[in-house]
Write a protein that binds this ligand. Structure first.
Ligand code: FES
Length: 351
């Protein structure tokens, strides 16, 4: 038992200035049905070499935690800065996030454990449950108990740990908050990626090997998957751009029902629709020539091509967006503009 304390358990006045903080702590514990049976500071003499060594270990762990949290923020925000086809370092993005966050939290946990086990006083207490409502006295005792816990950490007389804690805690706090920043980007506006694809006015429609297409290269009743003819247009960077160039037979084209505003979106009997299913984003690429239906193999949605790709079966509820097309002076298919609506499945703010 320590030499702390002079208060009697009977008629104890918590407001008496003669009591030490620990007297209040022990009295508070007693009133809560807790008996402190053993209390011993770790170091009888302050400032020993061993104590300093432990402080340095904790400071190292806290700084390591802070630096790892900083590294997490840097990776999260700045690396890889932009997607580049063929640049495989971006595959390390998620593992690096996990590694830096793991080191930050592990180092913090280790610092707390070493601090509690090696620096804070040893204490053994036996506690009973109590259901009394707190009164003013008990609040004073509880406050003293809290202050005592702070004192026991020794933070006030350990400037090294105070500094290390500040260095470690600030980035850790940021590490928790920074990912929220990704949620505040405004999804509206023409340049937002959810509203745009790789197509824009004058961009050629090309096959997956990059070759452009002229009318006549797709047989009547057939279709071809096309991509924007721009750098990386056939790659994953423009994964929302794959489009179906459909050549309707003469009689089917005559029955085509254009949507309002899309009367001039086709070129002759050629029509272009997004290949990305509006249900969950699978490629809707099975074309039933006889019925002029596009089928999505994932959940069997069907779209009526002659009715501007209106969904007629399955879970999809929106049409496949139509890409306005024409041909350029060399006779190759080009887009007249980007899609006029967002392609693919629903997202926030999308009607
Ligand atoms: S993704 Fe096409 S039907 Fe579900």
């Amino acid at each position: 038992m320590s030499e702390h304390g002079s208060g009697s358990a009977v008629d104890f006045d918590p407001t008496d200035p003669k009591h030490s903080q620990f007297d209040l702590v022990r009295e508070g514990a007693r009133r809560d049905g807790v008996e402190i049976v053993h209390y011993q500071p770790r170091f009888a003499v302050a400032g020993t070499k061993r104590e300093k060594r432990i402080e340095r270990t904790i400071a190292f762990l806290l700084v390591l935690s802070g630096l790892s949290a900083l590294a997490f923020i840097v990776v999260y925000v700045a690396w890889p800065y932009e997607y580049e086809q063929g640049y495989h370092a971006d595959k390390l993005y998620t593992p690096l996030l996990g590694f830096t966050m793991g080191v930050a939290l592990l180092a913090l946990g280790a610092a707390v454990i070493v601090w509690v086990k090696k620096l804070m006083p040893e204490e053994v207490a036996v506690q009973d449950r109590h259901d009394n409502n707190p009164n003013l006295d008990e609040r004073a005792l509880t406050a003293a108990t809290m202050m005592n816990m702070v004192d026991e950490t020794g933070i006030k007389r350990r400037p090294l740990l105070k500094g290390a804690l500040a260095i470690g805690a600030a980035p850790l706090g940021l590490m928790a908050v920074v990912p929220l920043g990704a949620l505040i980007k405004d999804p509206h506006g023409e340049d937002q990626p959810l509203w745009t694809t790789g197509f824009s006015e004058g961009v050629r429609l090309v096959r997956d090997d990059g070759t452009p297409i002229r009318p006549g290269e797709v047989s009547a009743g057939g279709l071809e998957t096309v991509f924007p003819g721009i750098p990386h247009g056939t790659g994953l960077q423009y994964a929302d751009s794959p489009t179906l160039l459909i050549h309707l037979r003469e009689e089917d084209a005559a029955e085509f029902k254009p949507r309002k505003g899309f009367e001039d979106a086709h070129y002759g009997n050629y029509f272009a629709f997004s290949k990305i299913c509006t249900h969950a984003g699978c490629p809707a690429s099975l074309y039933e020539q006889q019925t002029n239906r596009l089928l999505c193999p994932c959940h069997q949605s069907q779209f009526d091509v002659k009715d501007s790709c209106r969904p007629i079966f399955g879970p999809a509820t929106r049409r496949l967006p139509q890409l306005p097309i024409t041909v350029d002076e060399e006779g190759y298919f080009v887009a007249k503009s980007d899609f006029k609506e967002a392609v693919g499945p629903a997202f926030w703010e999308r009607p």
